[in-house]
Design a protein around this ligand. Structure first.
Ligand SMILES: [Zn+2]
Length: 459
């Protein structure tokens, strides 16, 4: 499918154009951009800014009705009818607020709100309304609905930024239904194409694609697909922490400084068909037995290298009670805080997989689908979030990828973490308290206002 590695933060430039289709004039970052972020104070507009926590909380729970049966949680897979309901709701909300609204070819929704100077590329707030299977109500929706709350509150309070703002609902960030993940932001960042995203196959191996399913729900639009077509000045995202650093520190929010390395692999083992009862053990070419050893090796690898690993998908055939398994596909991911450790895990497991396949006489197709080295968000964007959090926050790091992991390759990007009970995520037990969600949305709004102020210092 996709064999790529991306070098993050390769084009750290701020665009100065804000129209839907234009050639970005990438002004090099000047030292002026650094001028204000030594201060711990918030921008004047940020000091007075407030959000409506009741409204945010109600919307998080109201929109959770659009889900496959998922007691207490959320199963809103990308491009399903449930996803369509959530998207339609989002569209209606932003249109009611006067947004210039577009949907692009990968289904991502953009809602642009004017600032005082329409020649500046908008400051973005974004995350995803679609979810994993058997997920929680917060992973994704909090980022989009938190951004919506910021826009609503700004309107009510007459807060006008100089830069336009854009609220984004990115498509298929989780890769829960279609692989690969970051399904739309990866195209926006120029790491993939619309055609590749449309061809993304569903993880249930039914052969359906993201493109066909998006078309079915009416979400293949003509809006901008790439940064070149629609540049932004910065990207800010609220997300549940998915870890326990904030909880341990007794803080509701955090500024996210960076992420750990992540590598996704997929492999296919092909052996030989045969009768499950009558074939002698010696000489079998059983793909599932090879896969079983590989799965065990992937787990042991994490302990050996002091990293983490997860086997995320397996499919084997032929189906039946009397067949030796002749074809098995496995997907897994490897995580490590250090780039060297991440690479060492990769080369170690590749060697082991080849050895296991050879031992069982299996043909092997092995792909490193996505390689994300560990990295840091942009200091000036982190600082905007840090000042927004004030003494209610601490610095933290994320263990996974987000749409911000893609936008950070283009423009100043940072994230706001919200305390998550016991660090649980991708589970119906995922929970963040109402007050913590409110603090998160407030920090998001203040961070955006801080960044807007920071850009004013640029000539
Ligand atoms: Zn997420």
């Amino acid at each position: 499918m996709f064999a790529r590695s991306f070098v993050h933060q390769s084009s750290r430039q701020v665009s100065r154009h804000g129209s839907w289709v234009c050639n970005p004039h990438r002004a090099a970052r000047g030292s002026l951009l650094l001028r204000t972020y030594a201060s711990s104070a918030n921008a004047p507009l940020a000091e007075k800014f407030a959000v409506n926590g009741d409204r945010l909380w109600e919307d998080i729970h109201y929109t959770a009705q659009w889900s496959a049966p998922s007691p207490g949680g959320l199963t809103r897979l990308c491009a399903t009818e449930h996803d369509k309901h959530a998207r339609d709701w989002f569209r209606d909300q932003v249109l009611a607020l006067g947004a210039d609204y577009k949907v692009n070819a990968t289904g991502t929704q953009f809602a642009v709100f004017p600032g005082e100077d329409s020649s500046i590329a908008p400051i973005a707030m974004g995350s995803h309304l679609d979810s994993v299977a058997t997920g929680g109500k917060f992973d994704g929706p909090l980022g989009v609905i938190g951004g919506l709350e910021v826009i609503r509150s700004m309107k009510e309070q007459g807060v006008k930024t100089r830069a336009p703002l854009v609220l984004i609902n990115w498509t298929n960030e989780e890769g829960a239904r279609f692989f690969p993940l970051l399904g739309s932001s990866i195209v926006y960042a120029g790491q993939s194409t619309v055609a590749e995203a449309h061809a993304s196959l569903s993880n249930d191996h039914s052969g359906i694609t993201m493109g066909s399913e998006l078309a079915k729900i009416g979400y293949v639009g003509d809006g901008p697909n790439t940064f070149q077509e629609f540049p932004i000045s910065a990207h800010f995202e609220i997300h549940v922490e998915q870890s326990t650093d904030l909880e341990k520190a007794g803080k509701p929010v955090g500024w996210v400084e960076g992420w750990q390395g992540m590598t996704w692999y997929s492999l296919e083992l092909t052996g030989e068909d045969g009768h499950a009862n009558t074939y002698k053990m010696y000489g079998r070419r059983d793909a599932l037995q090879g896969a079983a050893k590989i799965i065990t090796a992937v787990e042991a690898l994490a302990y050996k290298h002091n990293g983490d690993s997860t086997v995320t998908n397996i499919i084997s055939g032929p189906w039946g009670a009397c067949n030796i398994q002749s074809n098995t596909k496995v997907s897994f991911c490897l995580m490590h805080k250090e780039a060297e450790g991440q690479l060492a895990m990769g080369s170690d497991i590749e060697k082991q997989i080849k050895g296991i396949a050879a031992l069982h006489g299996l043909e092997l197709k092995l792909k490193r689908d996505i390689y994300v080295p560990p990295g840091d968000f942009w200091p000036e964007a982190i600082d905007c979030v840090k000042r927004a959090c004030g003494d209610k926050g601490i610095g933290s790091r994320t263990g996974t990828g987000h749409d911000s992991t893609m936008t950070t390759t283009l423009v100043p990007t940072a994230m706001v973490f919200v305390r998550a009970k016991d660090g649980i995520s991708h589970s119906a037990k995922e929970w963040s308290d109402k007050d913590d969600c409110t603090e998160g949305a407030l920090a998001l709004g203040k961070a955006v206002l801080n960044f807007d102020e920071l850009m004013k210092t640029k000539k």
